[in-house]
Write a protein that binds this ligand. Structure first.
Ligand code: HAM
Length: 420
């Protein structure tokens, strides 16, 4: 029987299978990051994978709308797979009006984007993120940014940077420079670092900027500034915004993360719902952003009709793991029990139950493998202790325990094995 064709044996393009060696490192990240979010007072949520297409598309932005997995269900409803969790959270809060503000929620879950698959770009991937809803305070900005730093640190990142910008700040800068085609200019700036400077300049000129303006703008976005200078920088364009950044800096100080942050005017962000602070996280030499976030003070109002300021971030879990070279193996089983006879099988199952009650992970051999084969199986699938129970052992009231790492074998009395 030829079976499935080769391409049908692999997941659909852009998707990944997670066998135990890949799944466990991800699960470990989930545990670490969830514990961190919980320790900051955030509580976990989940929403359906499938959303109304209209909800997804209202404020996503052209680029992302094109990446939505869109379909009609059997009743003809227009639906799509969520491309992030910010939009579903905004939808939930548009009817859960009684939820006390500020709301602190987090998630670790799958999202889908019909992106062009390549290194670090998948069509199904995990996001860990938080949403802090109902606060306008610069302290909320600081909390979320600091939490993103702590998340990167908890995952093991030592060298990382959070690059921050502000949508209002950018508007003021472009306005001051007399640049009208703002959206287009921002989209061009978003390409910085991805295409050569000359090409950026050409694109800006095509968007209607004179030589001098294009150069001045490129110079302005060329070098990130230390975060500590952001207040002074923005106050040149807008007094109030400068004041807001002075507050954000003040609130960030006690978190000890200011030195990891830069003001980078080239940070634009692809999503349309952002209204203020925007930021992205970079780890080591890894080129793609491992996380992004910002303020979206109008999105929830768009759904609920009630003005509700909010901000959050999401980290791409696969990207973070790639950037930190977190790779895989599954955790070993504590025991693999090998009964040699039918009588021994009964003892094995009873012993397994007792060990499980103590919290151990235990597999009992099914009687189809020879002892040699079972030992090979145990070595390949990772087992700490291989337990042999035969006729002789039952008569003596003992089991043979082989330590699979040290390659030693001992006899232990059945009555004492639970203490082993
Ligand atoms: P985002 O920047 O679109 O923001 O996505 C967040 C992170 O998800 C990215 O930094 C990246 O690490 C990861 N990511 C994005 N696309 C892919 C892909 N195709 N494959 C693998 N990883 C990817 C958001 O999603 C916002 N909802 C963040 C946010 C929360 N803003 C406010 N609250």
């Amino acid at each position: 029987m030829p079976g499935l064709e080769d391409f049908l044996r692999k997941p659909v393009r852009g998707m990944r299978d997670l066998a135990p060696d890949d799944f466990y490192p991800l699960k470990r990240m989930e545990e670490l990051l969830s514990a961190l979010a919980e320790s900051f007072g955030y509580r976990r949520i989940e929403t359906p994978a499938v959303e109304h297409f209209e909800v997804l598309s209202r404020k996503a932005g052209r680029e992302i709308v094109n990446e939505i997995y869109y379909f009609r269900d059997k009743a003809g409803r227009e639906v799509g797979l969520r491309f992030d969790m910010t939009v579903p959270v905004a939808r939930v809060l548009s009817y859960k009006l009684e939820e006390p503000k500020p709301v602190r929620w987090y998630y670790f879950t799958k999202v889908w984007r019909y992106d062009e698959p390549q290194h670090g770009r998948y069509r199904e991937f995990y996001q860990f993120g938080v949403e802090l809803v109902g606060s306008e305070s610069p302290r909320a900005d600081a909390e979320v940014i600091a939490l993103m730093s702590k998340a990167l640190e908890a995952a093991g990142a030592r060298s990382y940077e959070i690059r921050l910008n502000d949508r209002v700040g950018m508007d003021k800068i472009l306005e001051t420079m007399g640049i009208a085609a703002r959206e287009e200019v921002l989209r061009i700036l978003d390409k910085k670092g991805k295409v050569p400077e000359e090409e950026l300049k050409a694109l800006l000129k095509k968007a209607g900027l004179e030589d001098e303006k294009a150069e001045k703008l490129l110079e302005l976005v060329s070098e990130p500034l230390p975060m500590g200078e952001s207040a002074e920088f923005f106050s040149k364009y807008d007094e109030r915004l400068g004041g807001k950044y002075a507050e954000i800096i003040k609130a960030l100080e006690p978190y000890d993360v200011l030195d990891k942050m830069k003001l980078d005017l080239a940070i634009v962000r692809g999503l349309d719902y952002y209204t203020g602070t925007v930021f992205e996280a970079f780890v080591g030499e890894y080129k793609l952003a491992v996380g992004g976030g910002g303020r979206y003070d109008n999105l929830i109002e768009l759904f609920s009709g009630i003005k509700t300021p909010a901000l959050g971030f999401a980290i791409g879990v696969e990207r973070l793991m790639e950037a930190l070279n977190i790779g895989g193996s599954r955790p070993p089983l504590d025991y693999y029990i090998y009964p040699m006879t039918d009588e021994a099988y009964k003892v094995a199952v009873k012993l397994a139950s007792m060990l499980r009650e103590k919290g151990a992970s235990v597999a009992v051999d099914l009687g189809e493998l020879s002892l040699k084969e079972a030992l090979e199986h145990a070595a390949k699938t990772a087992v700490k202790f291989f337990v042999i129970i035969g006729k002789k052992e039952i008569e003596k009231g003992v089991v043979k325990i082989r330590d699979m790492y040290r390659r030693t074998e001992t006899e232990v009395e059945l009555s004492r094995i639970l203490r082993y």
